[in-house]
Design a protein around this ligand. Structure first.
Ligand SMILES: *Cc1c(COP(=O)(O)O)cnc(C)c1O
Length: 398
């Protein structure tokens, strides 16, 4: 571990079993992307030509007519929405987000308005979009969407995520059918999805991906879709897109990550991940108050995770206190804890360096043994966690 850059500069050597999290540095960038970035960084390039080349690679991998690279998937939402609002009107592009043309309404199902670290609706609003929520938190019906479409509707945004409500809403096929019947383009936020073709194949006009999630590229976003809409989104680089710009290294790095994705040994990686899950399950099986279940990804990515259910009366610790304990010490392990109030967290195997799975198993053993040996049940009230959630952030940089 002595050559670990993190310990050298005084950062904690966290082990990520949480997923592709921006707060942890997203993902392990693939060697192909690192080499590509290194090769292009010292050179001057004509950036729009480089983006033209990126368009070809994106088109080939996604089935889109065109594409480009931006700063993040979140930036992609803003740029795609802005493009749908302004078209190729260069003056309108400069005036955003004020004085958006009249046609600026953007439909979103209420159950899709989630936070991926920032609110989905904000990415629409900073592009001059007026968010029109359709349906209720757990129900959208055809009539909600049909009646919400007016002459001012510029686009409809559909979010694919484990965060969105997963029942009672319109599925993409029907969402597209209703939007297209009235000439409204559909923008799909597919930031975390493995399938680069599915959403465009289902009729989306634009699909957006993160370059730094499963693809293992540099921090970036991919905009893919119908040529005219993609071009209108690209033109926003002369407007609100400026603050979301990417350098040559990100454009070229993502191109390399996309090529590498095509050649990646997906089967081999799945097997390796399954091995990690089995090891952790064996480590946990039979422990009092702990149930370990291998579960598929909620949005059908070819990925399983281990769900660890913790019963405090027997394990002598709550799921959230266990998650917190794992995240401390010399070998901090960061688990996937967004549902921890349901008394479970997940272990995500997709961002590990080989060998780290054993440290994760050892840490699970260590913290669970410690809790069992405790005379009292370690149970911080859940409200305390919620109450203090942003304390550290609000003290930053101290
Ligand atoms: C991660 C994520 C985003 C944000 O992606 P960035 O590329 O980090 O901006 C947006 N939407 C969903 C559904 C996500 O999972």
């Amino acid at each position: 571990m002595s050559d670990d850059i993190r310990t050298k500069i005084g950062l904690r050597p966290v082990i990520n079993v949480s997923g592709t999290m921006t707060s942890l540095g997203a993902s392990i960038v693939v060697p192909e992307a690192i080499q590509a970035m290194e090769a292009i960084l010292p050179q001057f390039v004509e950036i729009n030509d480089l983006q033209r080349m990126a368009s070809k690679v994106i088109a080939r991998l996604t089935g889109a007519e065109a594409g480009f690279v931006t700063a993040s998937c979140s930036a992609g939402i803003s740029l795609a929405v802005a493009g749908a609002i302004t078209g190729n009107n260069l003056l309108a592009i400069e005036k955003l987000p004020d004085m958006a043309p009249d046609k600026n309404e953007v439909l979103v199902q209420m159950g899709h308005v989630v936070s991926y670290g920032a609110p989905v609706d904000q990415a629409i609003r900073i592009a001059g979009g007026k968010v029109v929520l359709i349906g209720q938190a757990t129900s959208t019906h055809r009539f909600h969407m049909e009646n919400a479409i007016t002459d001012k509707t510029a686009a409809a945004v559909y979010v694919v995520s484990h965060h969105v409500v997963d029942y009672g809403l319109l599925h993409l096929n029907e969402f597209v059918e209703i939007a297209h019947a009235r000439g409204v383009p559909v923008i799909v936020d597919a930031a975390s999805e493995y399938d680069l073709k599915l959403f465009l194949a289902q009729g989306a006009d634009i699909a957006l991906y993160s370059g730094h999630k499963f693809l293992g590229g540099p921090t970036s976003g991919i905009v893919a879709g119908k040529k005219e809409l993609v071009r209108s989104a690209f033109l926003q680089n002369m407007g609100i897109g400026r603050g979301m710009k990417v350098g040559k290294e990100s454009v070229y790095g993502v191109m390399a990550a996309l090529e590498a994705w095509q050649k990646r040994d997906h089967h081999g990686i799945r097997e390796r991940e399954t091995g990690y899950l089995k090891l952790w399950k064996e480590t946990l099986d039979g422990r009092p108050g702990v149930t370990a279940l291998i579960e598929p990804d909620p949005t059908n990515n070819p990925l399983d995770r281990l769900r660890v259910v913790v019963s405090p009366s027997e394990a002598h610790i709550t799921a959230w206190d266990l998650a917190a304990a794992l995240s401390r010490g010399d070998h901090p392990v960061i688990v996937r804890d967004h549902e921890v109030e349901h008394r479970h967290f997940y272990l995500d195997p997709c961002n590990l360096h080989p060998g780290q799975e054993k440290i994760v198993a050892a840490r699970l053993h260590e913290e669970l043994e410690k809790a069992r040996a405790s005379n009292e049940i370690i149970a911080t009230p859940f409200e305390d966690r919620s109450r203090h959630r942003f304390d550290g952030m609000l003290r930053w940089p101290d």
